[in-house]
Design a protein around this ligand. Structure first.
Ligand code: B1M
Length: 210
């Protein structure tokens, strides 16, 4: 579809209004919100990520792209949440200390809400104290942690180890995600599961709460 390719370019160029317009047009054409999300926005961000890695794009440009992506996600959010699914459980989610990448986390939050989970988003750059305070105060069923940097992902282990030391590790389902992680890492740090993407996070969370 031409419009989708155009949107990949617009996202790359950080054109917020064009992305909003594109999202609305695809929805008018009858596209499912999840398809718009994955094929137009997430796929576009993958291209941005590749050129960022290769030194073709720099932080200011990627920030603009992220802003455009968020604007598109804001339109989709209420639609993804509109399923009227029964309440499934409660999740506290945040990115780990040192990590400000929040698009993936926001997407997971949206999809979890859409699937009937209550989500408490504690934002970015969370120290272990913040996580533990939140899961206790919210009486959460699930703790979700997100990390996009190889330098911040080891912090997930700090959180889990602290939970163990406090004797509360087994009171929660701990799910982890983020581009640099994998199954093996999830196991090694003592998480209940690694979630490759937001859809997998939803499926995994459902399996654990049922
Ligand atoms: Co950053 N960045 N960045 N960045 N950035 C990456 C991650 C990088 C891979 C780019 C690259 O080199 N190719 C690279 C990391 C390399 C590494 O660690 N090996 C990198 C770097 C180096 C950096 C800086 C250090 C750059 C610098 O300053 N020199 C810096 C660090 C900032 C910090 O956090 N302290 C930095 C900054 C930034 C921006 C601020 C410019 C911007 C973030 C804006 C924002 O988020 N508000 C940014 C962006 C946008 C990216 C890329 C391009 C895109 C990330 C993204 O949003 N993806 C990224 C390249 C890439 O990943 N391809 C990159 C889309 C999103 C939907 O996917 O986040 O993977 P993702 O989430 C998925 C899954 O991973 C999973 O589900 C999500 C949805 O399907 N998931 C979970 C994620 N969290 C989960 C939690 C769960 C479950 C599933 O819990 C249950």
């Amino acid at each position: 579809e031409d419009l989708v390719l155009q949107m990949h370019d617009d996202l790359y160029d950080g054109l917020k209004e064009e992305i909003e317009e594109g999202v609305n047009i695809l929805l008018e054409r009858g596209w499912e919100p999840y398809r718009v999300l994955t094929e137009a926005l997430v796929a576009g961000m993958t291209i941005v990520g590749r050129d960022f890695r290769d030194g073709i794009l720099f932080v200011p440009e990627v920030l603009l792209a992220a802003g455009a992506m968020k604007a598109g996600m804001a339109i989709l959010k209420p639609l993804l949440a509109e399923t009227g699914a029964p309440r499934m459980g409660k999740m506290v989610i945040g990115t780990v200390k040192g990590d400000i990448h929040d698009i993936g986390k926001n997407l997971v939050s949206m999809m979890m809400e859409g699937a009937g989970f209550e989500v408490v988003d504690i934002g970015i750059n969370n120290a272990v104290e913040k996580y533990i305070e939140a899961i206790k105060a919210e009486q959460a069923d699930i703790l979700g942690m997100s990390a996009l940097l190889t330098t911040t992902m080891p912090y997930m282990k700090v959180v889990i180890d602290t939970m163990k030391a406090e004797g509360i590790r087994d009171d929660y389902i701990v799910l982890v995600g983020g581009a640099p992680l994998n199954e093996e890492f999830g196991k090694a740090i003592g998480a209940d599961a690694y979630c490759r993407d937001a859809a997998v996070a939803v499926e995994t969370a459902k399996e654990f709460v049922q």
